[in-house]
Ligand binder design. Structure first.
Ligand code: R5P
Length: 346
């Protein structure tokens, strides 16, 4: 169905970089469901494109279909546990896909990158780069007019773009629905906490929606070392309570596991963790396995914005996956139809 230029943007086209393919397939399935409800006859599918890796490691994405005038969404997951491509490889692949699309003259280009790379390098602490800003400039220079991401580590990154719009989506709605409706967690005995002061706002949001008390873990980092937590203390009471730790990401797991140990010391019962971006870098999975065996952690609930695949989800007893593909599909569909997305971004 050709888009009506007065009502819609150009036809919605999905392009997937290699590491974004699995997530893109889920989004396309969800777009199909929305289209069916809307009696929209357009067929949603992933455009034919190929990611070429040269012997020296350089990469380029070639789009094999006509996209002139289309409203193009390019999907890439930077941290892909199912491949050996690094975040840097995947960022570069995305940039070449955006610029490849740009050369093909579409109506509009949106980069869909649920994990904004380098988001934790958003300010300078010593003689170091503000890399989150460099990434913004790179995406913009490549030709992205909009970036869709999930629970970006620092919202101020929006301001690093000159013309490109950054839309930050939140997994909290999906995670809370899962916790209350699928897991049916007893919120009557629950306290919500964030593993550091930076996560206090997120924890407050969850505790408000779930109607639970709030506690805060105050974490101090030693910035002279990579991923090193220095000390932690608890503000609030958790004795004999189940606790839900909420955070934007689990990387090495150090922050979450230190918070969980502290909460146990303070008398917490079962500890659940809800996280938008379950990276589980390094030996995080083994560390959480141990914490599960030692009854420190009961469950980690993460989203498929970091795509671990069915085998991992099925075999990892402490892990529950919630899909944010329906949310991304709704936002993409609404943007294409020039409908409001503000409620979906909350
Ligand atoms: C920190 O400010 C973030 O919100 C996360 O808590 C942190 O980046 C997680 O990192 P790790 O799992 O390596 O401790």
């Amino acid at each position: 169905m050709q888009g009506n230029p007065l009502e819609n943007r150009g036809p919605l086209s999905i392009i997937a970089c290699n590491s974004g393919k699995s997530f893109a397939k889920r989004i396309v399935t969800e777009l199909g469901k929305i289209a069916k409800k809307e009696k929209d006859e357009r067929e949603y599918r992933i455009c034919d494109s190929v990611e070429i890796i040269f012997p020296n490691g350089e990469v380029k994405v070639v789009i094999n279909e006509f996209i002139r005038g289309d409203d193009v969404y390019i999907i890439q997951c930077m941290d892909d546990p199912l491949s050996d491509r690094s975040v840097n490889d995947n960022l570069m692949a995305l940039v070449t896909a955006i610029n490849g699309a740009y050369q093909a003259d579409p109506d509009h280009i949106t980069a869909v990158t649920p994990q904004y790379p380098y988001a934790r390098q958003e300010r300078r602490k010593t003689r170091e780069a503000i890399s989150a800003r460099l990434v913004a400039h790179l995406l913009e220079a490549a030709g992205a007019q909009r970036v869709l991401t999930l629970d970006i580590h620092a919202e101020a990154i929006q301001g690093f773009f000159n013309f490109t719009k950054l839309e930050d989506m939140h997994a909290s709605g999906e995670l809370i629905d899962y916790i209350t409706q699928t897991m049916k967690l007893d919120t009557g005995n629950l306290v919500v906490t964030g593993p550091d002061v930076g996560s206090a706002e997120r924890a407050r949001h969850y505790s408000k929606i779930l109607g639970t008390p709030l506690a805060i873990v105050d974490k101090a980092r030693d910035y002279s070392k990579v991923s090193k937590v220095e000390s932690m203390r608890l503000v609030g009471r958790v004795k004999d309570k189940d606790v839900l730790i909420v955070d934007d990401m689990i990387a090495t797991g150090g922050t979450m596991l230190s918070a969980a140990s502290l909460l146990k010391e303070k008398g917490a019962k079962d500890i659940y963790v809800a996280v938008s971006l379950p990276f589980f870098n390094g030996n995080a999975v083994e560390r959480i396995d141990r914490a599960y065996d030692e009854k420190v952690i009961k469950k980690v609930i993460g989203t498929d914005a970091v795509f671990w695949g069915e085998a991992f989800v099925k075999s990892t007893v402490w892990y529950e996956e919630v899909s944010v593909a329906p949310l991304f599909a709704k936002v993409i569909y609404n943007i294409n139809k020039k409908r409001s997305v503000s409620k979906l971004l909350r």
